[in-house]
Design a protein around this ligand. Structure first.
Ligand SMILES: [Fe+2]
Length: 273
């Protein structure tokens, strides 16, 4: 009798919700879009082990925005893990989600095991006064030290690693996004380099579009937004994002077997309204 192969763990990742408490965004309600994605995920992936929200949780960074988000995340079948993006506000987020883990300096960062993987979630939200352009991101030495410690912990545990950051550490090829990426991407990638054999995948938000490639030899993917997508050629003079394009989220299959790599499915959703 042969043993059945162990089923892979499922991890859900949703990006760029841009929730607004009181006003629509480009004529749509991001809350209804998120509810649509959550309903789809509940129906098709109730067996997932966790849900990661990859930053830009809300659009305006108000406590009211986060309270509406908290209401939508009630009673989900999966634990939810948060990252912050450039539209978020760390203080308002922590007021509404006081139980969300933070590092010793108060950044919304965490690392935890999932199956044979260790997930490291980083906080790339930076004070705009410290950036060359508003909406760019930075990790800085303090947050990179947290990454380093997480990678060393994974080494000790013999775990594979997945790293999540809102801002991409590579140029995507769309000028509007590349102008507001991770300003210390080189330092981020240099921190990963000694552990590259252990790192299976990098996940970035911010792009509102599915892309995949490699960053300093490490595979990365970006995700569709649950709310509104970025066309390859944003229209001149108009809003960059197009709420008519299909929203989506990622389902990451994390194999139990030693030699198998994660597989990422991008679930693209039919229109919600
Ligand atoms: Fe965004």
């Amino acid at each position: 009798m042969t043993d059945e192969p162990a089923l892979p763990l499922k991890l859900l990742v949703m990006a760029d919700v841009h929730l607004r408490a009181h006003r629509p965004l480009h004529g749509i309600d991001p809350a209804s879009r998120l509810a649509h994605a959550l309903t789809h995920a509940r129906r098709h992936h109730p067996d997932a082990a966790a849900l990661v929200l990859l930053g830009d949780l809300v659009h305006d960074g108000t406590e009211a925005d986060y309270r509406r988000l908290a209401a939508l995340l009630q009673d989900l079948p999966w634990p939810v893990h948060f990252l912050l993006g450039n539209h978020d506000d760390r203080t308002a987020f922590r007021t509404v989600f006081p139980e969300a883990p933070v590092d010793g300096a108060g950044f919304v960062q965490t690392a935890f095991p999932l199956g044979r993987h260790r997930l490291i979630l980083l906080d790339s939200l930076e004070d705009p006064a410290r950036l060359p352009r508003r909406h760019a991101g930075r990790l800085g030495s303090e947050r990179l030290s947290f990454l380093s410690a997480g990678l060393e912990e994974a080494e000790r545990a013999g775990a594979r690693v997945l790293v999540f950051v809102h801002h991409p550490a590579v140029a995507i090829g769309i000028a509007e996004i590349d102008a507001i990426g991770l300003v210390d991407a080189d330092a981020f990638l240099a921190t990963l380099a000694p552990h590259r054999d252990r790192i299976d995948q990098l996940f970035f938000g911010h792009v509102h579009r599915v892309t995949a490639g490699s960053a300093a030899g490490l595979p990365f993917t970006t995700l569709a937004s649950t709310t509104m997508q970025l066309p390859f050629h944003p229209p001149a003079g108009g809003p960059a994002h197009d709420p008519r394009l299909p929203a989506g989220y990622a389902v990451v299959l994390l194999p139990a077997a030693d030699q198998a790599q994660p597989v990422i499915h991008h679930e693209m959703l039919p229109p919600a309204d």
